[in-house]
Design a binder for this molecule. Structure first.
Ligand code: BES
Ligand code: MN
Ligand code: MN
Length: 462
C-alpha cells in the first residue's frame, strides 16, 4: 500500500476530529429517549461513507433502528469484503464514576496509551473501531488503491441483541453477498503483542422473577412463616454452581467442545501475567471453574453470571418488609456446539424445578446467540495475519475471546462466508464500563492495517 503512513500522518488530526464528532452523539440503543440521536448518528455514518468513496449508501429502515448499507463495487469479478460494525453504544451509567462526561470526548495519555486515548462512551465499542474502516476506505479510494469490492453493513442494535438484523440479512442475501466478512469489534492482547480473535462465545440471557405472598408484608408479623422471595432467589442462584464452580444445570455441559491437550498447550502460549491481571482489577485472587486457567475460563468454558438482582426495599434507611417479589438478570456465556435455545430451555426447566413450595418462578428469555470459531487455515485468516505482520512487524497470535457478537454465527449460516475479527482495542479500554477509551495509536494502527488486509486477501484469491 503506497503512501499509507504519509497519508495517515497528514490526515491524523482530521481522523481524530471526525471520530470525536461521532462520539459526541449519545446513540444509546437501550434507552428509547435517545431515539432521535440514533437517527442522527446513522445519518452521520451515511455521510462519512459517501465522503470516503462509497458509490451508494442507503439507510435501511427496520422495526427498530436503521441499518446503514453502503458499497463500492469496482469490478464484479473481484472479491468482495463485507464490513460489519455497530453505531449504537452501551448506556453510560453509572455516570458518576466517569472522570469526564461520556459524550464530551477528551484525549488523555495513560501508561498503556502514551500517545493518548480518546475517552468517550463508544470510543472503542464500536464507533472508534468501525470508523477505522471508513478511514481505511477513504485512503484506498483517494489514492486509487482499492483492490476489490467493499460493502458496509452498520447496525444500531448490537448492544440490545441485534433483534432486527437477522431478518435484514435473511431478506438481503444477494445484496450482502461477499467472499469474507470483516469486523473490528474485539480486542488484541497488547500493542506490542498483536492477536486476531478466532472465537466468540455464545450467549443466553434470561430474566427470572420469584413471587411469594400477594403483597409486601410486615416482616415481624409474617417473618419466619412465609417464604421470602429474596431469600429463596439467592439460595436458588447460589445452588447453580457447585464447590468446584461448575454449573449444576443438568445436561448443561453435554455439548461443550472438548479441547485436546495440544490445543490447550497452544492456547497457554499466549502471554498472560496473572499478577498484572489481578492488580489491574484490584483483586487478591482470580476465581473460577476448577481445573482451568484464567484464559481458558474466559474463552473456552461456559459460564453463568448474575448481571443484576433486585427486590424489596432499597431506599434510604430501613423498612421491615418481606417483599412479594424478587428478580434477577442472568447470562450464560456459551462455547461452540452449545445451542443457545437449548441452554435457555435447560435453564428454565431446572430453575423452575428447584423452586420450593411457597413461591412461583417465571423465567423470561431476553436474547441469545451461538458461539463462533474461525479456522486459521483460510485465505481470510492468512491475509489478516500478513496484514498485522506488515504493520506491527510481528505475526499475530490467534486467540479466542470471551465476548459475544451473536450475529456472526448467523452471518455464516445465511451468507455462507467466514468472518475475520480484526480487533484493535485492549481489554483495559473499559468497554461497557465508566471511562471507556480507545488509544489513538490503536485507532491509527487499525486504519493502517485494514488496507493491507484488502490487498493480501485479493492477491491470495487469485
Ligand atoms: N464488541 C462487543 C463484544 C466483544 C468485545 C467481543 C470484546 C470480544 C471482545 C459487543 O459489542 C458486545 O458487547 N456484545 C455483548 C453481547 C450483546 C448481545 C449485547 C456481550 O458480549 O456482552
Ligand atoms: Mn461491540
Ligand atoms: Mn458492546
Amino acid at each position: 500500500m503506497q503512501h499509507i503512513s504519509s497519508y495517515i500522518s497528514k490526515n491524523k488530526e482530521r481522523f481524530i476530529n471526525e471520530l470525536i464528532q461521532l462520539l459526541k452523539i449519545p446513540s444509546i440503543s437501550a434507552d428509547s429517549s435517545y431515539a432521535k440521536e440514533m437517527l442522527t448518528t446513522a445519518d452521520l455514518i451515511k455521510k462519512s461513507l459517501l465522503e470516503a468513496g462509497c458509490d451508494k449508501v442507503e439507510i435501511c429502515e427496520t422495526k427498530g433502528y436503521p441499518i446503514i448499507y453502503g458499497e463500492k463495487i469496482i469490478d464484479s469479478s473481484l472479491p468482495t469484503v463485507l464490513v460489519y460494525g455497530h453505531y449504537d453504544v452501551q448506556p453510560a451509567d453509572p455516570i458518576e464514576l466517569w472522570d469526564s462526561p461520556p459524550f464530551e470526548p477528551i484525549i488523555k495519555t495513560t501508561k498503556l496509551h502514551p500517545d493518548g486515548a480518546i475517552y468517550a462512551r463508544g470510543a472503542c465499542d464500536d464507533k472508534g473501531q468501525l470508523y477505522m474502516h471508513v478511514k481505511a476506505l477513504e485512503f484506498m479510494t483517494k489514492t486509487n488503491q482499492l483492490p476489490c469490492n467493499v460493502k458496509f453493513m452498520i447496525e444500531g442494535e448490537e448492544e440490545v441483541g441485534s433483534n432486527n438484523l437477522a431478518s435484514f440479512v435473511e431478506n438481503n442475501t444477494e445484496k450482502l453477498a461477499n467472499d469474507i466478512i470483516l469486523i473490528s469489534d474485539t480486542g488484541m492482547i497488547a500493542n506490542d503483542i498483536p492477536s486476531i480473535t478466532t472465537g466468540l462465545r455464545g450467549l443466553s440471557y434470561v430474566e427470572v422473577e420469584v413471587t411469594g405472598p400477594n403483597r409486601d408484608l410486615h416482616s415481624g408479623l409474617y417473618g419466619g412463616a412465609v417464604a421470602n422471595p429474596i431469600n429463596i432467589l439467592t439460595k436458588m442462584i447460589a445452588s447453580l454452581h457447585d464447590k468446584d464452580n461448575r454449573i449444576t444445570i443438568p445436561d448443561f455441559y453435554n455439548k461443550v467442545e472438548k479441547l485436546s491437550q495440544e490445543e490447550r498447550a497452544e492456547m497457554a502460549k499466549a502471554p498472560f501475567n496473572k499478577e498484572a491481571y489481578k492488580k489491574a482489577l484490584d483483586i487478591d485472587a482470580v476465581y473460577g471453574e476448577k481445573g482451568y486457567t484464567t484464559n481458558e475460563r474466559n474463552a473456552i468454558r461456559p459460564t453463568l453470571d448474575v448481571n443484576g438482582i433486585w427486590g424489596g426495599y432499597i431506599g434510604e434507611g430501613a423498612k421491615t418488609v418481606i417483599p412479594s417479589k424478587a428478580y434477577a438478570k442472568i447470562s450464560m456465556r456459551l462455547v461452540p456446539n452449545q445451542d443457545w435455545e437449548e441452554i435457555t430451555s435447560l435453564f428454565t426447566k431446572h430453575f423452575k424445578s428447584i423452586a420450593p413450595k411457597g413461591v412461583t418462578v417465571e423465567v423470561t428469555p431476553h436474547h441469545g446467540g451461538q458461539g463462533y470459531v474461525t479456522p486459521i487455515n483460510t485465505i481470510g485468516y492468512k491475509a489478516a495475519s500478513k496484514a498485522y505482520e506488515t504493520t506491527f512487524g510481528k505475526i499475530p497470535i490467534p486467540q479466542r475471546s470471551g465476548g459475544s457478537i451473536p450475529i456472526v454465527a448467523l452471518f455464516e449460516e445465511e451468507l455462507k462466508s467466514k468472518t475475520i475479527l480484526m480487533g484493535f482495542g485492549l481489554d483495559s479500554d473499559a468497554i461497557h464500563s465508566p471511562n471507556e477509551h480507545f488509544g489513538i495509536w490503536n485507532y491509527l494502527k487499525g486504519i493502517e492495517t485494514i488496507p493491507y488486509f484488502y490487498k493480501y486477501f485479493t492477491e491470495m484469491n487469485n
